[in-house]
Design a protein around this ligand. Structure first.
Ligand code: C2E
Ligand code: MG
Ligand code: MG
Length: 265
């Protein structure tokens, strides 16, 4: 685990890396969007994944500078991908509840960064995890409303395994939710996950929301989700998080049949 000091050093020494995991349209099998996932290069030159630092970063205000580095990097990368002709509708950025409260200048920062790179709010979406609760009517909700009002999509992450899921849908200007991979993992079992996912898709449809299935690893999961009408998916079965160069190449291919390496049986 990285100490707060080590995280701070990584931010200051430009050792923040953003990888992108493609999201694909289940009907066409095409890459339509991607989620930005932060990594740090540690003092030994090794890539450190969020499980080694994100909790600590969240507990302190380090999420403010780190979050801003991610937003800026995403804008630079998206503008470069578009310049190179890659068709990427938008990039999803993870925001934490703490970040929404602690970064009082967040909106202004995003305004400026988008403008600087010739992008618009429609080019971004912001994922808010359901794993931490966000008090209704707090400052964070105001920021989310403002982001949505400017044209960004707000997406509930890890839907189905956290707090107050259904209330969120009513209280926030939500465009989509991401079905947590725990639900997806059990979708073919005899347990309740299959009918839960089915019901959540119906809920989304009734509310006019998009759905992204997270953590789709096998062809069987992909085929099941596609058959029951899940519109979008993301997971190791389609693609791992990758560098921006790899994302650009993937998204530049006119049509890519969904191929599954089936990471698990
Ligand atoms: P998340 O937003 O739910 O991101 C999905 C995580 O699941 C990523 O882990 C991704 O690599 C992993 N994943 C994707 N497909 C599969 C699959 O098929 N199977 C399995 N087992 N895992 C899969 P990662 O990159 O380690 O990120 C972990 C968490 O860290 C993220 O969960 C998110 O909550 C947080 N995070 C990442 N980047 C940022 C950031 O820039 N800001 C904030 N606030 N949080 C971030
Ligand atoms: Mg996410
Ligand atoms: Mg998630």
């Amino acid at each position: 685990r990285l100490s707060p000091g080590e995280v701070w050093d990584a931010i200051n020494d430009d050792r923040v890396v953003v990888h992108y995991q493609p999201q694909y349209d289940m009907q066409s099998g095409k890459t339509v969007a991607a989620e930005a996932l932060v990594r740090l290069i540690d003092a030994d030159g090794q890539l450190a994944y969020p499980d080694r630092f994100i909790d600590r970063v969240e507990q302190r205000d380090l999420i403010v500078p780190l979050g801003r580095v991610v937003i800026e990097r995403v804008c630079i990368d998206l503008a470069a991908c578009r310049e190179a002709g890659a068709k990427i509708r938008r990039i999803a950025i993870n925001l934490s509840a703490h970040q929404l409260l602690a970064d009082t200048g967040l909106l202004g920062f995003i305004d400026q960064t988008l403008a600087c790179h010739g992008l618009q709010y429609e080019d971004l979406e912001f994922e808010l995890t359901e794993r931490h609760s966000l008090q209704p009517d707090c400052e964070g909700h105001l920021v989310l409303n403002a982001l949505a009002g400017r044209g960004a999509r707000i997406v509930i992450d890890d839907f189905g395994v956290g707090y107050s899921s259904v209330i969120y849908l009513a209280a926030l200007p939500i465009a989509a939710f991401k079905l947590d991979r725990e639900l997806i993992a059990g979708v073919l079992d005899d347990g309740p996950s299959g009918s839960l996912v089915d019901s959540l898709l119906a809920l989304a449809k009734n509310m006019g929301l998009d759905v992204v299935a997270e953590g789709v690893e096998t062809k069987e999961q992909n085929d099941y989700l596609s058959a029951i009408g899940c519109p979008f998916a993301q997971g190791y079965g389609y693609a791992q998080p990758m560098s921006v160069d790899d994302l650009r190449q993937l998204a530049s291919q006119e049509c890519r049949p969904t191929e599954y390496s089936s990471v698990s049986a």
